[in-house]
Design a protein around this ligand. Sequence first.
Ligand code: GLY
Ligand code: GLY
Length: 308
Amino acid sequence: MNSVVVVHGGGASSISKDRKERVRLGIIQAATTGYNILKEGGSAVDAVEGAVIVLENDPEFNAGCGSVLNVNGEVEMDASIMSGEGLSSGAVSAVRCIANPIKLARLVMEKTPHCFLTGQGAAEFAAAMGMPTVPGEQLVTERNVKRLEKEKQEKDAQKPDQQKNLGTVGAVALDSKGNVAYATSTGGIVNKMVGRVGDTPCIGSGGYADNDIGAISTTGHGESILKVNLARLTLFHIEQGKTLEEAADMSLGYMKSKLKGLGGVILVNKAGDWAVKWTSASMPWAAAKDGKLHSGIELDDTNVIDLP
Ligand code: GLY
Ligand code: GLY
């Protein structure tokens, strides 16, 4: 089986020591879940959705339960998914009160003639699809309440916005039929305006998948990623003959030099090559291939273990 799954848990300025082990376990669980889906004959789309659901359900990550809070202390989430077979794609933005926005993005892809639903329309579509709502407070964690308070106190101090607000979760996969896919999901940026939409649900910024080139999921400062179309830009460099690593370095380097924007990417192609790159201080990631699971959080801390 040539299948691969790669996941990320968001670019981050720093991850405290006490969170590191929980973050590592969460990212490994997501990659293992995606890989098992492929092993059991699931598609690349099934695998990226399954991996992202694990991260949306894990309060350590900025997506689903664990999303950062907007200026009013509420959770508003963005997500997108794409199949490299035929460029099918689905996205939702500014959704509230659902546990797994990535499931809704997949339903947009598969059950509507559209690519992208937002706000009220997305909520009505979720209800029509029988997706249960959850009380908004159920997605709010104590850590994010404190983060919002701190952000409001520190506003304008310390680091510029594009160097600290970096969380997202995502996955890319290649299945045994040679199809690639990506999924990306986020709560966005802490203290964001109500209705702010980031890069994550925007095809070409939050991710892209084309069987002829590969699949990519991005993380980092949303406004910077949108301005450079980070996902499609990276794949453009691959189309021009660059390796996955070279392409990622070029596009992340461009975003940093143009905008001082930091972020990260995960990539896979139909040959089964994969890459992880980031310019933020850290980016939890894991990759499963050939029965091995590779993972890391910071530079030079890669672990490799056998998958069960
Ligand atoms: N170009 C207009 C639309 O498709 O919404
Ligand atoms: N990259 C996540 C966001 O800015 O919303």
